[in-house]
Design a protein around this ligand. Sequence first.
Ligand SMILES: Cc1ncc(C[n+]2csc(CCOP(=O)(O)OP(=O)(O)O)c2C)c(N)n1
Ligand SMILES: [Mg+2]
Length: 369
Amino acid sequence: MIKDTQRFEPFTRDPIALVNEHGEWVGPFDLDLDEEQLRALYRDMVAARLLDERLLLLQRSGKTSFAMEAAGHEGIQIAIAHTVKRGFDWLFPYYRDHGMLLALGVPAVEIFGETLATRADPAKGRQMPNHPGSKPLNAFTVASPIASHIPPATGAAISAKIQNTGQVVVTTFGDGATSEGDWHAGVNFASAQGAPVVFVVENNRYAISVDLQKQTGSENLAVKAKAYGMPGYYLDGMDVLASYYVMQEVIERTRAGAGPALVEAVVYRYGPHSSADDDRLYRPKEEVEHWKQRDPLERFRRFLERQELWTPEWEAELREAAEAELARALEEAEAAGPVPEAWMFDDVYAEPLWPQIEQRRLLEEELGA
Ligand SMILES: Cc1ncc(C[n+]2csc(CCOP(=O)(O)OP(=O)(O)O)c2C)c(N)n1
Ligand SMILES: [Mg+2]
């Protein structure tokens, strides 16, 4: 049954793409998404790019300490948000996935609250900026230590399998994560247990300043799946439609009981690693310019224009609406006010132990609260 609906082969020589750089459909099957679905993909990609810009501005204006840009990653990120069952499947994202979480339905006010550590943050200001999550949407809060979320993602999938819930876990990470021991432990155990988890590497070729060639001797990252006995899909992650169709097929194959899979989404990050990095020191400007020609938003815009689904007026309209919503959410997040310092002691244990009680008292005394 899975075979009948299978459109994609694992381990292809070139990344799977369905739309070329001119915005032409080059897929071997007929496009079957309706106008509303296509427009929603574009709308969410634009919103992700605008959120990215806003988060950087918050860092530049001194309102938060840190920002991590995701421009260039939108194709695969938005595709994932559109192919999981929202609020049912589990997501174990990483720190560059704020646009994906926004598209999944995490309210912008919560993302800004998390960034600014205000009362609008469901994590109560206890996370680093750019580390959102969502309990109601089953999005695991981002973990900073690279690849440390991979074994928990596998664990959640094993739990779903044992309880026969029908849930799939999707976890994302960077190319650098595939060099970590935690990554191999999590991927190996998922395969051994037939866990319903899809591993997605957002391969932007760099782990901060370290080039991919210094990370691995493999021809690409998708082939690593072979050794673990699972399919590895090599995907153009800057092509939102290829990302959509591949993720849809891989998620549903996993949901049907075929076990885990690995997807390598080839992307590029246009900005530096973070607001604390100067990428001019390790990559030539020409390389960045080269990848800008493949911009996921621009490519999909050309596609929509060919389908007569895009006009400059619509673009202006959706940008204005997204900007207004982000401005409103930011205002609400700021108006919520900073989290009280003593919140750091909450939720450590169901019932606080004496050290927390004592430390809290000392802190409040110190702050004159
Ligand atoms: C275990 C661990 N080692 C080092 C770091 C510091 N660090 C933060 S991000 C990063 C690079 C990760 O690169 P990659 O996985 O390719 O993701 P990208 O940032 O490129 O999206 C490193 C080394 C860390 N957070 N955790
Ligand atoms: Mg990387």
